[in-house]
Design a protein around this ligand. Structure first.
Ligand SMILES: O=C(O)CCC(=O)C(=O)O
Ligand SMILES: [Fe+2]
Length: 331
């Protein structure tokens, strides 16, 4: 039985238009972008003496300001946990499509399994990928896939520590209240997305994931060595070269608002590949009631709760196929 979702069959109409367009427009070659070396930061230096810690904080803050994306080494998430996450993730994604699409699969929320993009009105909104979106409050409900469950729990525990550590360091650097994170983000308020990008026969024409920004405070991404992640730097798409021992960190929308635009939530996308690719994204988020408000004046965004932010995104996506995001809250 086939493991891949029926992407090409279901979205036939979108592909037909795109074929014609792609032939005319060589710029459509999504893979032809520069590769760049992201800042690579050894964060074990945060535990060293004062001077080394200060240097490390400065590098992290500079990366968050100038790039919005960076990679960290010695991040505290054990290598065995990451290897086991990849293994268990592969096992569930390699189940037959019909099984994955069953509402009761994994016993988490009904719309946890997603593939393609039901809201896509054109090919640029299409995603050649499948994903499980899991709220970390739900993980304890997983009954059947016990190894996946315990691996996600182990990963989430260390990822939460890493995220809080980075968030506090970034806040301290701006002299803003870093106790916010401990008070508003608990291990169960964050989310996990396991992504699989099936091998794509028309990879130069299709995206694995459409351009977007992440909504939380920050994202910790564990990706395999295939590559395909790209982000915007100075108005151009650049590719991230995966580093075997590193985790990729990106600033999310909430941190951009919280830092009053000092740290940037950068648009990124994934280019489909001829070979299968896997990634896991951990979205560090507060509770729905948490209010996001910057203490840096003059504030650029009106204050809003995380619930309000999520609801606005859902409304915009349903209406237009796209997330509008932070600009909705500009003053
Ligand atoms: O797969 C990747 O490299 C990126 C995934 C991503 O951007 C996301 O899940 O939000
Ligand atoms: Fe993302």
């Amino acid at each position: 039985m086939d493991i891949d979702p029926p992407l090409q069959e279901t979205y036939k109409a979108l592909f037909k238009d795109a074929r014609v367009k792609a032939k005319d427009d060589q710029k459509n070659l999504l893979n032809m972008v520069e590769e760049c070396e992201l800042p690579l930061i050894d964060i074990s230096r945060l535990t060293f003496g004062h001077l080394e810690r200060e240097k490390c904080i400065k590098e992290t803050a500079e990366a968050a300001t100038q790039w919005g994306f960076f990679q960290v080494l010695n991040h505290g998430v054990p290598r065995e946990v990451l290897e086991s996450l990849k293994f268990e993730q592969m096992k569930v994604f390699h189940e037959p499509f019909n099984k994955k699409a069953d509402e009761k699969f994994l016993n988490v929320l009904a719309n946890s399994y997603r593939w393609g993009n039901p809201e896509a009105t054109c090919l640029s909104q299409f995603c050649w990928s499948e994903a499980f979106h899991i709220s970390l409050t739900d993980v304890s409900k997983m009954r059947e896939y016990k190894n996946l469950r315990s691996t996600i729990e182990a990963f989430a525990k260390t990822a939460a520590l890493l995220a809080q550590n980075l968030a506090e360091v970034l806040a301290q650097n701006l002299a803003i209240h870093s106790s916010f994170f401990g008070e508003n983000c608990s291990p169960s308020t964050s989310y996990l997305r396991m992504n699989r990008y099936p091998p794509c026969p028309i990879s130069s024409e299709v995206r694995g994931m459409m351009p977007h920004t992440d909504s939380g405070f920050l994202t910790i991404l564990y990706q395999d060595q295939v590559g395909g992640l790209q982000f915007m730097k100075d108005g151009r798409w650049v590719s991230v070269r995966p580093e075997p021992e590193a985790l990729t960190i990106s600033i999310g929308d909430l941190f951009q608002a919280f830092s009053n635009d000092v740290y940037r939530s950068i648009e990124h996308r994934v280019v489909a590949q001829e070979v299968e690719r896997f990634s896991v994204a951990y979205f560090y988020c507060p509770s729905y009631d948490a209010v996001i408000e910057s203490s840096i004046k003059p504030v650029r965004y009106r204050k809003f709760s995380f619930r309000e932010y999520r609801q606005q995104i859902r409304k915009d996506v349903q209406a237009t196929g796209d997330k509008i995001g932070l600009s909705r809250f500009l003053l």
